[in-house]
Design a protein around this ligand. Structure first.
Ligand code: HEC
Length: 191
């Protein structure tokens, strides 16, 4: 499944890497005579230094990328978002706000897809889940019927907990939300 264009997490390390690549391959654009001979690769990497005073990054570029990747977190960070989107999905269905429900499911899927890239040891449990649980939930949303949706949501939630069991977190049992904590509604806001 391809990621939607409106993804929420900018892959900063990837952007930094692309910047470095660009810096290493871009042609000089000066119009005054022939371009100077290219500097050795090491010197061009060094062009990115020194770091500004107000950054917490340190070390060479590779060390900086590692620092960024560690701060992105893994499954735990992703699951906070998944838990919230799971609740928002529920209220979207109760509200019969089907486009918002479909949107929530896509976002939730994207969060888990990316988490599995960062934590590949969970892919054995997560990849089959993405291929079965997500399409089943999508079908229940597409029916545009609250009862079908609620049945689908209950089955979906069981699969969340099955993955928690499979990954050693059986004590994390998610349930459908009891209270509305989402301020998105189908009708336009009119104060
Ligand atoms: C690939 C397996 C997998 C799937 C699928 C999965 N989870 Fe998780 N979930 C985990 C793991 C692993 C953790 C423990 C996170 C960690 O490593 O700290 C977790 C933790 C959580 C937590 C606790 C987060 C916290 O810090 O309190 C919530 C909430 C959660 N998941 C919700 C869900 C919901 C809702 C779904 C289904 C829509 C779901 N998860 C699907 C693997 C999964």
């Amino acid at each position: 499944m391809t990621l939607p264009a409106h993804g929420t997490i900018a892959p900063l390390p990837v952007a930094l890497f692309a910047l470095l690549l660009f810096a290493c391959t871009a042609e000089p654009t000066s119009s005054e005579g022939p371009a100077p001979p290219p500097a050795p690769a090491d010197a061009r990497v060094a062009d990115l230094s020194p770091l500004p005073d107000d950054t917490w990054l340190s070390g060479d570029l590779q060390e900086q990328l590692l620092q960024l990747s560690r701060h992105m977190g893994g499954m735990g960070t992703a699951m906070l978002a998944v838990g919230q989107r799971h609740a928002q999905l529920y209220w979207a269905g109760v509200d019969e706000n089907w486009a918002y429900a479909a949107y929530q499911l896509e976002e939730l899927e994207e969060v888990i897809e990316r988490a599995l890239v960062r934590r590949p040891h969970h892919a054995e449990a997560g990849s089959p889940w993405l291929e079965t649980a997500i399409p089943a939930m999508a079908e229940a949303i597409a029916a545009e019927d609250v009862e079908t949706f609620l049945d689908g949501f209950a089955a979906f939630t069981v699969t969340c907990n099955a993955c928690h069991g499979a990954t050693g977190y059986a004590y994390i049992q998610v349930h459908p939300p009891e209270y509305r904590s989402v301020n998105v509604r189908p009708e336009a806001f009119a104060p």
